[in-house]
Design a protein around this ligand. Sequence first.
Ligand SMILES: Cc1cc2nc3c(=O)[nH]c(=O)nc-3n(C[C@H](O)[C@H](O)[C@H](O)COP(=O)(O)O)c2cc1C
Length: 336
Amino acid sequence: MLLATKYLGLSLKNPLVASASPLNSNLDNLRRLEDAGAAAIVLPSLFQEQIESETEAREARVDVYAESSPEALSYFPAAASGPYGMRPERYLDLVRRGTEAVSIPIIASLNGSSRAGWIEYARLIEQAGAKAIELNLYHVPTDLLESGRDIEVRYTEIVQAVCGSIELPVAVKLTPYLSSIGHFAATLVEHGAAGLVLFNRLLQPDIDLLRMSLTDSLDLSEPAELRLPLLWIAILAGRTKASLAASTGVSTVTDVVKYLLAGADVVMTTSALLRHGIEYMAALANGLSAWMRERAIASVADMRGMMSWQRSIDRSVYTRANYLRILEHAAYANLH
Ligand SMILES: Cc1cc2nc3c(=O)[nH]c(=O)nc-3n(C[C@H](O)[C@H](O)[C@H](O)COP(=O)(O)O)c2cc1C
């Protein structure tokens, strides 16, 4: 079985990638993920808020101490982490030590919605040894005057600026809340994106009625959430030069298989690893080999995109909601 694939120009031993999460923030877990068969690892994000607060703090430090001592900055070692995760220095250290600890590619992640500090940190991340950068363009447009076009232009400028400032390949982790995902994906690729991660999962608040307060707990994904990324992976497969990463809803090996058949170059997972432990990665990798062997499929390349929009005879399944046909389906027989 040939499980090898390419992602962002990197040669990977299989298509299984551990997506960004704090699970991937210590060296022991990175080694365990490699041992369990992960072909690449995305580190948890360095958040824009951390970069901004670091920049403000640095400016304040320089204002007060720069004239008195050339080592002024070293008097203020950054604390390890803040409300948005790791501080930039610690993050760069994780990139550096992570790339030394494992032989599989380490992909760093920047998360935010403006370019503040991203170019500087993208360069520092490159110097620290990451093999690629994932940009998570996380933005909830609460400004009612901000149009979809405004947002897309801003995102495109960020991607272009980051891609133009480093040699590393850049993947963009997209939100599904766009009016024309395919067009925007093509625009990002035109401006330098080497890969697209479909999709990012927005945190959606809930309301705690007992406390009468908002809650922002992070629920792990459910298998049904796979359908939306599956649709868009299938629509884009074979029609973009960018690598496609499927993210969201992988719970068993059948989900991995579905994403590959739709056309993903790699399949990412976080929730399944948080639910079942890091070693579950081995179950996914072995399960993929077994599935291919049973069906005499020799390589991942052979199965990739078999069910894509481009290679489908009846494309209406991807594009039209044919409720009547669905209701005639045997599974709904008891409704008649
Ligand atoms: C606890 C947790 C932390 C996460 N942290 C990040 C992060 O730092 N950056 C990011 O881009 N995505 C983050 N994600 C999103 C995951 O990378 C992934 O896209 C999402 O969970 C959907 O994949 P899944 O269904 O396999 O969990 C996080 C998800 C979880 C559950």
